[in-house]
Design a protein around this ligand. Sequence first.
Ligand SMILES: [Zn+2]
Length: 203
Amino acid sequence: MKDYHTHHYNPAGGTICAVTRADWERVAATPGMTPAFGVHPWHVQGVDAAELAFELDDWLSRYPAAEVGETGLDAADAHRATLEQQRLLLHIHLGAAFRHERTVHLHGVRAWAELLAILKERARCNTLPRVLLHAWNGPHELAREFLALGAIFTVGTRELTHSRAHERYARIPDGRIFPESDDSPADWPRTLALFNLLRRGIS
Ligand SMILES: [Zn+2]
């Protein structure tokens, strides 16, 4: 199984997401991986929205297999001061992903409900791209709402070892939840084993 969301090279293949604009060259040049272009919600300060929109259009045109991200919303204490800028850049990423028909990788911390409202509004306007919710840790009732919007989920070791992992992840349909290594490439074999155990009862 490939690595559906990471920031590092993985010999198993998968999608490698940029976290800053300066990171795009690196992810584009990583062999055997699908690049994703974006600016992580932790790094939105000082980013010019119009310039980002222009650059995303340019890079997605030049890399027809590339995805979009990492973007999203982080309302934790350390990041809530930039929430307005996070929202602005999130909409730039969602718009680019929709126009170029790419998957967009979403980060959500204390923000799943707001993300759901944003995606629902886009669905109503027929401008919703395909979304991937990374490090998904919401309850199944909320997962159902995202599933209705066509979302897919990725989970890593941190999510899979949580005491609520079974109730959160076991009922998500096949083909809608996948493993990720995110920032822990060394954990990949264990992540895969935990994922298979949870989903299929095999390790
Ligand atoms: Zn990530």
